[in-house]
Design a protein around this ligand. Structure first.
Ligand code: SAM
Length: 273
């Protein structure tokens, strides 16, 4: 589907099934995702105060710390119950990454932490990225997150059920097609390879594009400790896995083992001059 309607399974998943507000706060891999997204993004953000558009910002999990850091954040999300919750944190309204209602060159930063992995059609992802690029000021930053193509391979080992016939078939299909149809469990999703994410940002006209593994190569060890019987992951295990994510950064071959990827790119400062 490539019109501007959100896939019904995405709306249902975030509107009724899942509590997105607790995802990064409660699970160990979610906490790793939050810590690493913060530390990676802070390397590239302009000094506060600056204007940040958080597209697909859900209930404001990232908007919250950005506001505390002194940024002026506006959040856009298609799911009304997300927007209602996010309105406590910052200005927030219902909207779609593919058709932003903001003027050209009106934000210092646009972040897309969600939309790209719920848009399996490449034309839709391209629209979302060109909209982000349109509303960023010359010299500004676009940051986009993706779910790694191979994340489900690692994730379903942590639940110790990858060897079952159903999961083997389901994960094999994701690996082969890069898509999940949203029939059960998670919702309609697209899974990027790191080089593909870089190519998509570059094709949208962004320069100096870089990509990082958010959780790094050891996140699934932490998640397995959480999911399997036992005491759960220790603080030392989580700290070690976070360190692995940092140490892996210079080695692009390790990107494939991260759960999420974060790409950043800039709108060339001469644009519009
Ligand atoms: C997994 S949540 C991520 C939320 C948050 N940004 C984070 O990083 O934790 C994905 C978010 O993307 C939003 N989303 C999905 N499709 C979108 C679209 N076409 N435009 C804007 N947001 C979208 C969903 O409503 C949801 O809030």
């Amino acid at each position: 589907m490539s019109n501007l309607e959100l896939a019904p399974s995405v709306m249902r998943f975030y509107g009724e099934t899942v509590n997105e507000d607790s995802r990064l706060r409660c699970s160990a891999d979610g906490q790793m995702e939050l810590v690493r997204t913060q530390e990676l993004l802070r390397r590239f953000l302009p000094p506060a105060p600056a204007r940040v558009l958080d597209v697909g910002g859900a209930t404001g999990i990232h908007a919250e710390w950005l506001v505390k850091d002194g940024y002026d954040v506006v959040l856009v999300d298609p799911v009304p119950r997300h927007v209602e919750r996010a309105s406590v944190v910052c200005d927030a309204y219902v909207g779609d990454a593919r058709d932003l209602s903001e003027p050209d060159a009106s934000f210092d930063v646009v972040q897309l932490f969600g939309p790209l992995y719920h848009l399996p059609n490449p034309a839709d992802r391209s629209k979302a990225l060109s909209e982000a690029r349109r509303v960023v000021k010359p010299g500004g930053l676009v940051a986009a997150a993706a779910i790694n193509r191979y994340a489900s391979l690692f994730e379903h080992v942590t639940y110790a059920h990858l060897h079952t016939e159903r999961m083997r078939a389901s994960v094999s299909k994701i690996l082969a097609t890069a898509e999940y149809d949203g029939v059960r469990g998670f919702t309609l999703a697209y899974f990027h390879r790191a080089e593909e994410l870089v190519a998509e940002l570059t094709a949208s006209g962004l320069s100096d594009v870089q990509v990082f593994g958010i959780e790094g190569p050891a996140w699934s060890l932490v998640k397995a400790a959480e999911q399997q019987p036992g005491e759960g992951p220790t603080e030392a295990l989580i700290a070690s896995a976070l360190e692995a994510a940092r140490m892996a950064e210079p080695y692009p071959e390790l990107l494939a083992a991260s759960s999420h990827l974060l790409a950043v790119g800039r709108v060339h400062a001469d644009v519009g001059a």
